[in-house]
Design a protein around this ligand. Sequence first.
Ligand code: UT7
Length: 332
Amino acid sequence: MNDYRSRLIGCGSYLPETVVTNAELAQRVGSSDDWIVERTGIRQRHIAADGQVTSDLAEQACRRAIDHAGIDVGDVDLVVVATTTPDDTFPATATRVQAKLGIRRGAAMDVQAVCAGFVFGLAVGDNFIRTGQARTALVVGAETYSRIVDWEDRGTCVLFGDGAGAVVLQSANGDGVARGEAGWGEAPGILSTHLHSDGRFRDILYVDGGPSATQTVGHLRMSGREVFRHAVTNLAAVAEEACRANGISLNDVDWIVPHQANLRILDGIARKLGVPEGRFVITVDRHANTSAASIPLALDDAVRDGRIKAGDLVLMEAIGGGLSWGAALVRW
Ligand code: UT7
């Protein structure tokens, strides 16, 4: 019987060249390095150059992921781009990325789940592969939040940055273990994904523009404290859900690669779960919050510096506007 699983066979990321430190930003927006570091753990962010759009960042991340995976670009038959800052209202940014990479077959689509977008994109890619509808998928998180933050609002503009990260998923079949059988969790690949949304919380994190409602692009608006509270509760809960579904405990997880919004949120989750913070991959200090790009950026960091190794169990989890949140458990 076919029992396809998705293996993560490569990753890559890209950060725009320009780095803006807290000190530079604080002067402009009436804040301070101390406030930003103390409340968020952020020290700097990368900002896209004029004319550099989300698909440009995504293209670079994809090229590195394709190279890392050792595949040919022609192998890719699905491109999923998770973004809240698309190049245009349409077509999908994924189709721009597909064209820039020279991919001429398969499908390309965007996934919109804000900061949870990469986990939602992984679930889409995984499900296409598991059903046999795709064989090699690029799943990308790419954002240019510098274009939608309100630079007059010091409560939000200091929190975000631009960047992109990508992974290559490839179908693995016939490795001898079927889903649900003993040993399934030991073989490399995506073990499970867990997605949630609750649209009642729209007003605590949204953009006050859009093609249908206002015919403007709009700016990000957030009730930080409310989002903070939901983030700690929901991310702790979905981590436990992912472990329960696979019959493992959090002690079995080698690395947690969380969405990078705020160091204090990560402290809160670590405390709630009783997991030492040393098992969290943390990049928020250098990257700030890059929304859908934050997990693949952090993942690439930890894979390339050798922290995440073959056989490790990796839990990725994120929450963002919607509210939407989710987790993916992966054997590397
Ligand atoms: O990706 C998912 C979405 N985002 C998040 O997960 C973010 C979740 N929330 C947070 O990270 C935090 O709530 C923030 C970092 C946004 C804010 O931290 P906070 O401890 O909740 O601060 P606050 O918003 O309650 O503001 C405290 C004070 C206020 O002054 P008063 O009213 O106490 O006089 C703000 O006006 O800090 C002031 N403040 C600032 N001061 C200096 C707000 N932003 C700044 C700033 N610099 N940049």
